[in-house]
Design a protein around this ligand. Structure first.
Ligand code: T46
Length: 131
């Protein structure tokens, strides 16, 4: 699966923790876009699509949520619950985000500007592309 767990280095001292994110260093692409979601209701499922080209790194800077990843052959669930834990998702992976805590802030670094034509929103079309 084109998915990789990233443990960001913590620069901690007596004042607390600091995480640094650098393109083409600990983030494996050039960062063209950053977005985040918050105030997500507990029962909500977001995502439910794949991307043709986009690479992303997702992490919860606050709270927690679960990401279901599916490459058309196997699925895995990852709980993002620490600000230093990130997940790299490459193209061709169906994703679904759910079980958000009330305080969850899901931050995403993306390799491309927003482009609706990069989305595969139909699961059967996604599966056909996986063959
Ligand atoms: C993804 C998962 C993890 C924009 O105008 N610009 C943007 O950069 C984004 C990401 C969204 N939007 C608009 C498009 C929709 O009208 O914001 C609205 C909500 O977007 P969407 O329904 O696509 O959100 P999610 O949570 O289902 O998916 C998002 C990303 O779109 C997607 O690339 O991988 O987060």
């Amino acid at each position: 699966m084109k998915v990789k767990y990233i443990d960001f280095q913590k620069h901690g001292d007596y004042r607390g923790q600091l995480i640094a994110l650098e393109e083409n260093r600990n983030i494996p692409f050039t960062i063209r876009r950053v977005y985040f979601m918050y105030d997500t209701k507990e029962y909500v499922h977001r995502g439910l699509h794949a991307h043709k080209k986009l690479k992303q790194v997702l992490f919860c800077v606050s709270g927690a949520c679960t990401i279901k990843l599916d490459n058309g052959h196997e699925t895995m669930d990852i709980r993002l619950e620490k600000p230093f834990q990130g997940i790299f998702i490459g193209p061709g992976i169906w994703r679904e985000m759910y079980d958000f805590t009330e305080d969850a802030v899901l931050m995403v670094l993306a390799s491309e500007f927003y482009d609706e034509s990069d989305y595969i929103r139909d699961y059967d079309t996604f599966l056909k592309n996986c063959l």
